[in-house]
Design a protein around this ligand. Structure first.
Ligand SMILES: Cc1cc2nc3c(=O)[nH]c(=O)nc-3n(C[C@H](O)[C@H](O)[C@H](O)COP(=O)(O)OP(=O)(O)OC[C@H]3O[C@@H](n4cnc5c(N)ncnc54)[C@H](O)[C@@H]3O)c2cc1C
Length: 350
């Protein structure tokens, strides 16, 4: 630990900038947050925290540790903001075919890394609106974070404390006067600067809807590849899409119909869906789905990256923010190898 705590500039106030600022706040470190107001993935994020990768029925990266830390951290922030942010919301996974159902049942029975996270559902316990001809599984320990409320309320708090400014920053600006370190939380705003170190941050375009079914769909998230997340007011977040060929956060005309069709496939009766909202964002993503954290250049030791949170920012955020700040404060020698820029075969440290 340095004898005097550094004064830190946090650039970006999406989820990454927000959690980094809270990490500094809880440690009594002084900081300022700058954001240029460009579109943020965090304004679109559905906010789900799911410890299971459904494609191959595997646990997510460090699933247990990260989810436990995430829940505790959001609950602590809740107590400071005086608002509810985290909700436990189990996920019902509709099995696409018998082979998948058999593999799920085998793994749910025990002896696999994913076993502690999954159960086979008794079909009598399915909500009456759900259609699951091959059966369904349950992920009881899943959650939802109201990311928009979290980032908005945190921004208001920093504004009240006089430590938030609408202001752009780029690497060429260096460490602005009065600061000892910069933490880069610009999401895809960091693409060009990181490319000059051989670090490719990809833009993963995604869209979500908010819909209102004529008859309610229950209180669990239902996933049949397309998912529907209950927002608690009779409306549901529905998503999402993933495309690598669109580099602007634009809404495509054909997406609402496709997503509504997808989500309706999991329901027993066709019913009218009202689309209330359609939004798009760009997930900042790395080749191996891990973030880029820490120092990237010996010539710029003040610069600490905290970008590339991909599609799982809600769950990994609290842990990777802590790692970033521990490394910045010298509490750990460096961030773990799995999130270190050095893991990129193309990395050119200069
Ligand atoms: C459709 C969709 C659904 C998603 N659903 C989920 C989900 O259910 N669960 C989950 O965990 N994750 C989800 N995500 C992913 C999640 O949104 C991201 O992991 C997370 O929000 C990334 O946060 P970030 O702060 O790194 O980036 P962003 O939220 O993009 O924030 C970047 C910030 O930097 C600012 N900025 C950019 N350039 C500059 C500059 N030059 N100077 C100053 N400020 C700058 C921007 O204004 C913004 O404030 C979803 C994403 C999308 C698009």
């Amino acid at each position: 630990m340095p004898l005097t705590l550094p004064h830190v500039l946090v650039v970006g106030d999406g989820l990454a900038g927000c959690l980094i600022a809270w990490e500094l706040h809880f440690r009594g470190c002084s900081f300022a947050v700058w954001s240029d107001g460009s579109p943020a993935a965090s304004d679109v994020a559905a906010g789900m925290s799911n410890p299971v990768s459904f494609r191959r029925i595997l646990p997510q990266w460090n699933a247990r540790e990260q989810q436990d830390e995430a829940r505790a951290r959001y609950q602590l922030i809740e107590s400071h903001l005086g608002t509810s942010l985290w909700r436990n919301v189990p996920i019902v996974r509709i099995f696409p075919n018998q082979e998948y159902a058999d593999l799920w049942a085998e793994r749910a029975a025990g002896g696999h890394g994913v076993s502690p996270f999954i159960e086979v559902m008794d079909l009598a316990n399915l909500h009456k609106s759900i259609k699951a001809p091959c059966g369904a599984g349950l992920v009881p320990d899943a959650g939802w974070v109201n990311v928009v409320a979290l980032t908005k309320k945190s921004r208001s708090k920093w504004q009240e404390n006089g430590c938030w400014e609408q202001r752009a920053w780029k690497m060429d600006d260096g460490c602005p006067e009065g600061f000892d370190a910069v933490v880069d939380c610009r999401g895809i705003g960091a693409v060009e600067d990181l490319a000059s170190f051989g670090l490719e941050l990809r833009r993963n375009h995604g869209e979500v809807l908010r819909v209102k079914p004529a008859v309610e769909w229950g209180e669990r998230i239902v996933n049949n590849v397309t998912w529907a997340l209950p927002l608690g007011d009779g409306t549901y977040r529905v998503g999402s899409t993933h495309r690598w060929d669109i580099h602007e956060p634009i809404c495509l005309d054909k997406t609402p119909e496709a997503l509504m069709e997808g989500v309706s496939d999991a329901r027993t009766h066709a019913q009218e869906l009202e689309c209330l909202e359609h939004r798009a964002g760009l997930r900042p993503t790395c080749f191996d789905r891990r973030p880029i954290l820490g120092v990237v250049s010996k010539a710029q030791p003040h610069y600490h990256a905290c970008v590339g949170w991909g599609a799982r920012g809600v769950t990994i955020g609290p842990t990777v923010s802590r790692w970033t700040i521990e490394a910045l404060l010298g509490e750990r020698k460096a961030v773990p190898d799995e999130v270190n820029p050095k893991r990129f075969p193309t990395f050119t440290e200069n």
